[in-house]
Design a binder for this molecule. Structure first.
Ligand code: ZN
Length: 158
């Protein structure tokens, strides 16, 4: 288990476009394991590779049903709209209102480079859009409506 350093807003790597994964090397496997460990360590719902300083099109997420790994994700379909507070491990102790699609269908590849398609609503859709944006150098603060709020995190609370 290895926890990687999460890059924070202001780090130029977060603004770069990540490159496609062409083959699953041992390095990629270790990266994905570390990303999952890092996401759980910091109580995140998702984490994208550029957030740990690697410009590859990979993100991991867990919206309550276990970890999902998405390699070279492609958003196939979106519909509806939801507005809600969003946060990001790269923007600690902040939150802001972002409007996202309420439904997303996404295609991605797993660690065997096998394609799969997943669809979901609400938190799933929000998370896929947020993490996908990271792969193109977009951070949710770019999309916040109104002020970015400071969230006071007390010991023992998320
Ligand atoms: Zn984020």
């Amino acid at each position: 288990m290895a926890i990687r350093t999460v890059r924070e807003l202001g780090d130029p790597i977060l603004r770069k476009r990540s490159k496609e994964v062409t083959e699953i090397t041992e390095k990629i496997e270790i990266l994905v394991e570390d990303m999952i460990d890092t996401m759980y360590e910091y109580d995140g719902v998702g984490l994208a590779a550029p957030q740990v300083g690697v410009l590859r099109r990979i993100f991991v997420m867990d919206v309550g049903e276990g970890p999902i790994v998405m390699i070279n994700p492609e958003i196939l379909e979106t519909s509806g709209e939801q507005s809600g507070d969003e946060g990001c491990l790269s923007v600690p102790q902040k939150a802001g209102l972002v409007t996202r699609p309420n439904y997303v269908k996404v295609k991605a590849y797993d660690l065997d480079m096998q394609p799969f398609v997943l669809e979901g609503e609400e938190l799933f859709a929000r998370c896929v859009c947020h993490e996908y944006d990271h792969l193109d150098g977009i951070i949710y603060v770019d999309k916040v409506e109104g002020e970015l709020k400071t969230t006071i995190v007390e010991e023992g609370q998320e």
